[in-house]
Design a protein around this ligand. Sequence first.
Ligand code: HPA
Length: 257
Amino acid sequence: MGDARIELAVIGGTGLYQLAALQDVETHQPLTRYGAPSGPIRVGTLGGRRVAFLARHGEGHSLPPHLINYRANLAALQALGAQRVLALNTVGGITERFGPRVLACPDQLIDYTWGRISTLCEVDSEGRGGGDVLHVDFGEPYTRSLRQAVIEAAREAGVAMVDSGCYGATQGPRLETRAEIARMRRDGCDLVGMTGMPEAGLARELGLDYACLAIVANWAAGAGPDPDEVITLQDVLDHVAAATGELPKLLATLLAK
Ligand code: HPA
């Protein structure tokens, strides 16, 4: 494991269960000290660079956000030799700049999740985890250099991207009420998703570089022009498919940097 350098690990979210552009793919499913990852890790080449891909919810989307073993996912990618993680997160848009199909690279987050294992030092019900109590710095939750590389790659590739924003991580798996979204807007959130935490915090604890590429799939509850809009999974998937058409180009440009 970890023989040839993996330049980038990509974690795919809702609607993103594979990287079709990956070539010469090998499959790994390492067991980590935190347990098994969500599914197989596909390692291949993209633009001549080695890339690992993992579907966060499993390739058949069988894991809800609060039951994902985020620690095992990140530890497995790290065990394979990844040092940099680009998290793809399907989100709802709250503020004006973040309508459906927008791509964004947020620079802040607020964690509203609860009851998830959110640190390496917690021992879970199967006795996994533990060790030193960690208090990592998290003032800037995403790695600045990786964010800048993503933003520059988007600019170079001609892919439109909002280069900031605050991601609010909710518990799910249900979507939010309009009052919850109104509160998140008051708190300063631009985007809402269910998987941004504890992933980002655990990446920091593991010493991994980590950035989020958020794909806006819908207006969050009550945030769009039609306040009575009902959000359907089909709309979410359609918008993700439309918004990620240029993802391979963006990743190839990022990897060439
Ligand atoms: N809320 C939370 N998570 C999401 C949403 C949303 O509106 N859309 C896609 N993921």
